[in-house]
Design a protein around this ligand. Structure first.
Ligand code: SF4
Ligand code: FES
Length: 360
C-alpha cells in the first residue's frame, strides 16, 4: 500500500501562524530559528480563503497563533473570516499587544476561546523568562478582561528548570484568574528550546516531583479547573504520538503560507513544503511531498517497522529523531528501544546555568 492510499482521516485542527513578530523573547519559542518577516506575510483575503478551504477539508478548530497574533493589524478581520468559515476559533496570545478594546472586537467577531501564556507565578521571574519587562502585569490584566467578556480562558504554563517547582503556584494563579483550563506543558526541545536546552533542562528529581504534584492538584481541584500536563520526554521510556501522527490530524500554515505537518517540520532539511499561494489546502494535504514523507508506517525502519506500538505512537517525533540522530526516519530516541536512547540521559545531564539565548 502506498502512502496516499493509506492516508489518514481528514485533519481536525489548523495552526495559523499569522506572524512571527512578537514583543517577547521566550527562549523556548516554538517558532523556527529563521523567522519569517512582515513583508512575506499572507494578507487577510488569503487567510480567509485558507479558512474556507480548511473547513471544506474537515477542519473544526483554528488556532490563531504566532509569534504574537496581536501584531497583525487585521486580527479582527482574520478572526471574523475564520468564524464565518464555520471554524471554532482559539486565540493563542502572549497578551502583550492586545488591548481590552481589541479583545472586545475579537469577541464580537466570533472569537470562541483564549489561551494566554504565563511564564511564571511571580512577576519578576515571569518577565525575566519572557525577556520583556511588564509582561506579567499585562497578561493578568488581559486574562481578567477575557473572563469579564465570558470567553473561556486557558492558561498556558510552559515549565522548565527555572519554574518547574512552581507547578502548584501556577495552578493557583490560573484558578485566581478564572481560567477553565491550565496547560502545564514542559518545554519540548525543538528550535529555540533546543538552542537553550542546557539552560532549560530540569533534573529528573524535579520532574518526578512535578508529576506527583500535578496528580495531587487534579484531585484537589477536580471540577474547578482542567489540568492538562505534558511531561518532558527526555525522561520518558516511550515517545508521544507527536501531532497525533504525521499528516493525520493537523496542519500548520506559516506566516508566508508554507504548509507544514508540524510547527518544527522546517528543521528537517530534506522536506519540501507547498504554499497556499500556489496550491489548495486539500491538494497540499493529499499530495504534497512533506505530508506524504512520514504519513502512515511505510517509511519506518527498525525497531519501529515491526513494533506493535507503531500505529499508536507512529515512531514518536520526526523532528526530534532528526535533531538527535540526523535521520528523520529513525525511531524517536525517547523510545527505550532506540539505539540512541542512552544519549538522551547524557543530554539531560548537560545542564548549564548560563544566560538564555532569547528569541530575537
Ligand atoms: Fe514507538 Fe518505534 Fe519505539 Fe515502537 S520502536 S515504541 S513504534 S518509537
Ligand atoms: Fe515535528 Fe514532532 S515536532 S514531528
Amino acid at each position: 500500500m502506498d502512502a496516499t492510499t493509506q492516508r489518514a482521516p481528514r485533519p481536525l485542527g489548523l495552526l495559523a501562524e499569522l506572524t512571527h513578530r512578537c514583543p517577547l523573547g521566550c527562549p523556548y519559542c516554538s517558532n523556527p530559528l529563521a523567522l519569517e518577516g512582515r513583508s512575506d506575510e499572507l494578507n487577510t483575503q488569503t487567510w480567509a480563503r485558507v479558512f474556507r478551504e480548511a473547513a471544506a477539508l474537515g477542519v473544526l478548530q483554528v488556532h490563531l497563533s504566532g509569534g504574537e497574533p496581536g501584531a497583525r493589524r487585521d486580527l479582527v478581520e482574520i478572526t471574523q473570516a475564520a468564524h464565518d468559515a464555520g471554524l471554532y476559533t482559539n486565540l493563542i496570545t502572549s497578551a502583550v499587544g492586545i488591548t481590552a478594546a481589541t479583545l472586545g472586537k475579537l469577541s464580537d467577531a466570533g472569537l470562541d476561546h483564549v489561551q494566554i501564556s504565563i511564564q511564571d507565578n511571580e512577576p519578576g521571574t515571569a518577565d525575566h523568562i519572557a525577556g520583556y519587562k511588564g509582561a506579567y502585569a499585562r497578561k493578568t490584566a488581559l486574562a481578567a478582561e477575557v473572563v469579564r467578556l465570558k470567553l473561556p480562558l486557558t492558561v498556558n504554563a510552559v515549565m522548565h528548570r527555572a519554574n518547574i517547582e512552581h507547578v502548584e503556584d501556577m495552578v493557583v494563579l490560573a484558578l485566581k484568574l478564572g481560567a477553565k483550563r491550565v496547560e502545564i506543558a514542559h518545554v519540548q526541545y525543538y528550535g529555540w528550546a533546543l538552542k537553550n536546552r542546557a539552560q532549560l533542562m530540569p533534573t529528573r528529581e524535579q520532574v518526578d516531583r512535578a508529576v506527583k504534584s500535578v496528580e495531587a492538584l487534579r484531585l484537589r481541584h477536580h471540577g474547578q479547573i482542567v489540568i492538562d500536563a505534558v511531561v518532558p520526554d527526555y525522561y520518558a521510556r516511550f515517545p508521544k504520538a507527536c501531532v497525533g501522527g504525521w499528516g493525520r490530524r493537523s496542519l500548520n500554515v506559516t506566516p508566508s503560507g508554507k504548509v507544514l505537518p508540524c510547527h518544527a517540520a522546517e528543521s528537517i532539511p530534506s522536506l519540501t513544503f507547498w504554499n497556499v499561494r500556489e496550491h489548495s489546502l486539500a491538494d497540499i494535504w493529499d499530495n504534497s511531498p512533506a505530508f506524504l514523507a512520514f504519513r502512515g508506517t511505510d517509511w519506518m525502519q527498525e525497531p519501529c517497522r515491526t513494533c506493535p506500538k507503531r500505529e499508536q505512537d507512529f515512531g514518536g517525533c520526526r523532528c526530534q529523531a532528526f535533531a538527535l540522530t540526523g535521520d528523520a526516519r529513525a525511531a524517536d530516541p525517547v523510545c527505550h528501544l532506540s539505539p540512541h536512547h542512552a544519549r538522551l540521559a547524557e543530554l539531560a545531564e548537560a545542564r548549564e546555568d548560563a544566560a538564555y539565548d532569547y528569541r530575537r
